[in-house]
Design a protein around this ligand. Structure first.
Ligand code: M6R
Length: 611
């Protein structure tokens, strides 16, 4: 949610611009850069994607310091006035900010009464406060202003009074890189050409002159821990693909292999006597939690519950003895999830994080961390992270099972254990997963997408874990194609939703569960087809299995009311990982057919760092 950048050193303007392009997934309503040269500070702003900034001539300018911002609007519309960087009344102090200043209205009417504001953002109070407190000592004025702020922030400031870059962090991520000069960024993707990085701790502030200086709120100096940059954290290009979304879907098999390897190397620490598992996340990560619950209950046989992070924060959650919390977040920076962890910790819950991003905030506040290690996920719509989160949760369910029942006897053998309680998946079955042929879906997906693109609503159904896949598929399709899409358990259709089905309705039916569940899924498919709807069936069972339910008499003749997308026939525990892939591909294809950019859906951002 908003990307902030600053560069102090040679090539500052270009460095900020290129860094912002790498942070664009954090927000893309508008963007701006302010540049300091020997004549003072000037700013360039534009509405829309970062590339629009080029048209302002910003890249023709140079300066020793530049700060920049890509915005996801929270306060005030998408206008040039509300676009960052924001400045003091005398235009000598410039600030970029990510987060929310909760007391900005009070500050405007109290400390800043009489000050003229040009926009509606909460951020604008920051440079105005610094200006108010400035009496010759910038550092003192900066600290006084920060002291006044309530809420969450990552702030970068520069001014005409000195050549320093000032920063502060509270509940919003900030990282500093060192190369030829210094780079400040919302996340490591902005640290281009840096050899080392330093993750800024929460509730700290500081400045950069020729060195980096960090202090806590009581102005005690904090030791600086430079870490060598990890090459993989900055590999954010499309690799010849038209969009990141398709690149990332194609990467799913490799990502799954990487997650599996990461699991093998991990040393997750579990408390003794777990009797209940609480899983918390948002959006796609919440859907992973739902899958995690089903694995933990099936494999480890213990009670699990899932709560959406933003609901957990304000719930009256009753903790039972032996509760372990699993918090899932691709970015590791989602504000709702971080707040939920703080609450869980207050309740005395042992917290395990599942994340993709090393050194992200979640890794610092949880007791134990598992990395899915899928490489950078740039597209706002999460694809490869979801499938890997599900795999990691499945593997974790095995660890929990062994902890509870195997007393450590089979800890080394994760590829199939014969104690009767753990995952029964053989090495070759994992290999099938790591060698999935994504391209094999493409022609079928194209055909069904051509029909879906004409619709303004779409339904997804499934039973048991297939219902969770339906929820995730519905989120993906609505997120990037803007078609109203909803998901229901197959058995619920007849309790209400069936009234929406009419001639030409399209329903995606996921049917990977065998036995009685397959029979029940077929019943639901028939209920739809008999009412003129068309089902797109995603299943590993042979197409013939569904013939009896998709062929219907329309009064004159027998018509086929179904399409079939075949899945590979893998171990039933692995089916939720493969069944989402054709739906991700449908979401992508429909979005592109409609002329949208699936990587940057309207009104959204990749990293949701505000509650
Ligand atoms: O980084 P996180 O996993 O915590 O993000 C949570 C959600 O914001 C995220 O999964 C969102 O729902 C995706 N855009 C869905 O594709």
């Amino acid at each position: 949610m908003c990307g902030i950048m600053a560069v102090k050193g040679v090539g500052a303007v270009n460095g900020v611009y290129e860094g912002l392009k790498n942070l664009e997934y954090r927000g893309y309503d508008s963007a701006g850069i302010a540049i300091k040269d020997c004549n003072g500070i000037k700013a360039f702003k534009s509405i829309g994607y970062i590339s629009e900034l080029e048209k302002t001539g910003v890249l023709d300018c140079s300066g020793g310091i530049a700060i920049g911002h890509t915005r996801w609007a929270t306060h005030g519309g998408v206008t040039i006035e509300n676009c960052h960087p924001h400045c003091s009344e005398d235009k000598k102090i410039w600030v970029v900010h990510n987060g929310i200043i909760e007391n900005h209205k009070l500050l405007r009417s109290d400390v800043l009464a009489g000050v003229v504001f040009y926009g509606e953002t909460d951020t604008e109070v920051i440079p105005k406060l610094i200006e108010q407190y400035y009496t010759g000592d910038v550092w003192q004025a900066f600290r006084s202003a920060i002291d006044k702020l309530n809420g969450s922030y990552a702030i970068v400031m520069m001014c005409e009074y000195d050549d320093k870059v000032y920063f502060a962090r509270k509940s919003s991520p900030l990282v500093i890189g060192k190369g030829n000069g210094f780079v400040v960024s919302s996340d490591v993707n902005g640290l281009i050409d840096c050899s080392e990085k330093c993750v800024i701790e929460d509730n700290t502030l500081g400045y950069i002159d020729n060195n980096l200086h960090i202090y806590d709120k009581n102005t005690n100096k904090i030791n600086i821990n430079w870490i060598a940059m990890d090459e993989r954290s900055i590999e954010a290009d499309k690799g010849g693909n038209e969009h990141f979304m398709i690149k990332e879907i194609n990467e799913i098999p490799r990502a799954l292999q990487s997650t599996y390897n990461s699991f093998l190397k991990s040393e997750v620490v579990l408390p003794d006597n777990i009797s209940n598992v609480l899983l918390v996340g948002c959006g796609t990560s919440y859907h992973s939690c739902l899958m995690g619950k089903s694995y933990i209950e099936r494999v480890a046989g213990i009670k699990s519950e899932c709560v959406i992070a933003s609901e957990f924060i304000y719930s009256n959650y009753i903790v039972r003895e032996g509760t372990v919390g699993i918090f899932v977040s691709q970015s590791g920076e989602t504000a709702d999830t971080l707040s939920a962890i703080h609450k869980a910790k207050e309740l005395g819950i042992y917290c395990i994080a599942i994340t993709n991003v090393r050194e992200s905030s979640i890794t610092r506040i949880c007791d134990s961390v598992l990395y899915i290690d899928v490489g950078v996920e740039v597209c706002v719509a999460s694809t490869k992270a979801y499938t890997s989160q599900v795999l990691m949760l499945m593997l974790l369910s095995d660890v929990i099972a062994r902890n509870l029942k195997c007393e450590g006897t089979c800890k080394e053998d994760v590829l199939g254990c014969n104690c009767g309680n753990c995952l029964e998946i053989r090495a070759n079955e994992y290999n099938d997963l790591f060698n999935l042929d994504i391209k094999s879906y493409l022609s079928k997906v194209r055909g069904v997408s051509e029909e879906i693109v004409k619709k303004d609503k779409l339904h997804l159904i499934g039973k048991a874990v297939d219902y969770i896949t339906a929820l995730e598929g519905a989120l993906k399709i609505k997120e990037v194609s803007y078609i109203f899409t909803d998901a229901y358990p197959s058995g619920e259709l007849k309790h209400g939703t069936l009234s929406l089905i009419e001639e030409g309705s399209i329903v995606i039916a996921i049917a990977t569960q065998g036995g009685i569940l397959l029979d029940k899924s077929k019943n639901a498919i028939h209920e739809i087809c008999a009412r003129g709807g068309k089902c797109i069936i995603i299943s590993q069972f042979p197409e013939e299995e569904f013939n009896e339910v998709i062929w219907c008499n329309d009064g004159k003749r027998c018509v086929k009311r179904g399409e079939y997308i075949p899945l590979p026939n893998l171990n039933s525990l692995l089916m939720p990982i493969v069944s989402i892939i054709p739906i991700d591909l449908i979401a992508y294809t429909v979005s592109v057919m409609k002329g949208y950019n699936p990587d940057k859906p309207r009104n959204l951002a990749k990293s949701v760092t505000v509650e």
